[in-house]
Design a protein around this ligand. Structure first.
Ligand SMILES: C[S@@+](CC[C@H](N)C(=O)[O-])C[C@H]1O[C@@H](n2cnc3c(N)ncnc32)[C@H](O)[C@@H]1O
Ligand SMILES: [Zn+2]
Length: 337
């Protein structure tokens, strides 16, 4: 069930047999009475990012109760392919899916369905195709490990971080915070310092200026912008001023977190001073109606979505590929030779 990418997708597909009459399955009301549990975890959910993804296991219960085995399901707005995964899962229901159907007393018929999926975006189509027709997991793991170790050799310290006990570790993820201007004294602080507490974890509704004590609703606070020389376009550009605030890392199998330090800043500076690999495109974003001034101000090119470190990492991964793996759907994965 490959995801088809087409600017003007045809609603008619050779896999669809509109002449064939299948018995209409009655909508089970129990399915719609309460929201289904959609856990945001699990191998399928966690395998990729997509803004609108949903739990395929839950959708599979809808599929298995609204259609018959052998039916074809059409999804013209397929996103990351949840419908395709659900059609596959209907043939191999998990224990949780079976439990859910029994609990709701939903008349399911487990068994294989076909799915035809259209999706406009390159990312959605790629994810959907890959998830529905994955490569061999052992081949993929081998290729991924080779690729990661090739990149680590090129940039061994890119994600290095000293842990909260002084031992060497690496960054799992980091929190950056927008810089805000106090409307009263014009002093600068960060969103993190003005509104976030960790114990208990909370984000305040109001901004309280650490310098002058002025209190105002968070919605009314101005973000600070800064100018910089864009190393790719060569132009002076504007971007939201942001500060690295917290590091979440791992060392010797132990996960930890701590405030960002001057040493973390040094690695960031080194990353931003490293020449950007030639494979990074200078691609202007045709925002059109999608432009939102509060969010997108200063983001004129694709590379503005990345921090210097992440751009360097992605470009290095891209440049390090040289061999290919072909999936069952004929799509290519890249790996180093
Ligand atoms: C709400 S999302 C669907 C999410 C999906 N259930 C998933 O598994 O990720 C809607 C999708 O429709 C796509 N889309 C919007 N207009 C389209 C069009 N004319 N043809 C095909 N896809 C379109 C968007 O790119 C988006 O991924
Ligand atoms: Zn102030």
């Amino acid at each position: 069930m490959p995801a088809k990418r087409s600017a003007a997708p045809s609603l008619f597909h050779s896999d669809l047999d509109f002449g064939k009459k299948t018995k209409r399955t009655e909508a089970p009301t129990a399915l719609y009475a309460t929201p289904l549990p959609a856990s945001r975890t699990g191998a399928l959910y966690s395998a990729f990012s997509y803004p609108t993804k949903i739990s395929p296991e839950s959708i599979a219960v809808f599929v298995a109760s609204h259609t018959q085995p052998g039916d074809t399901i059409l999804d013209c707005f397929g996103g990351s392919g949840t419908t395709g995964l659900a059609a596959l899962l209907a043939a191999k229901p998990t224990a949780k899916m079976k439990e859910l159907a029994t609990k709701l007393q939903v008349p399911v018929k487990w068994g294989p369905r076909k799915a035809v999926i259209y999706e406009l975006s390159v990312l959605g189509s790629f994810v959907a195709t890959t998830m529905c027709s994955p490569p061999s997991s052992s081949e993929f793991l081998k290729a991924a490990e080779k690729l990661i170790s090739a990149c680590e050799k090129k940039l061994p310290l890119l994600y290095a971080a000293i842990d909260d006990e002084g031992k060497e570790g690496w960054i799992r993820h980091a929190i950056w915070s927008d810089v805000l201007a106090c409307p009263d004294c014009r002093g600068e602080t960060t969103f993190w310092d003005a509104a976030v507490t960790l114990a208990p974890a909370a984000i305040a509704q109001n901004f309280k200026c650490p310098a002058c004590g002025y209190v105002v609703s968070m919605d009314e606070i101005e973000r600070v912008f800064e100018t910089f020389q864009d190393p790719l376009t060569g132009r002076i550009a504007e971007r939201k001023k942001r500060v690295l605030k917290r590091i979440y890392g791992e060392s010797q199998g132990r996960k930890w977190s701590r405030p960002a330090t001057a040493e973390d800043e040094v690695i960031l500076r080194q990353a931003s001073e490293t020449p950007i690999p030639a494979c990074v495109p200078i691609a202007e974003i045709p925002w059109g109606d999608l432009y939102r001034s509060g969010y997108h101000k200063g983001i004129t090119h694709l590379h503005h979505f990345y921090t210097a470190r992440n751009l360097l990492a992605m470009a290095t991964i891209w440049e390090s590929r040289s061999a290919i793996l072909i999936t069952t759907a004929g799509r290519m994965f890249t790996s180093p030779a």
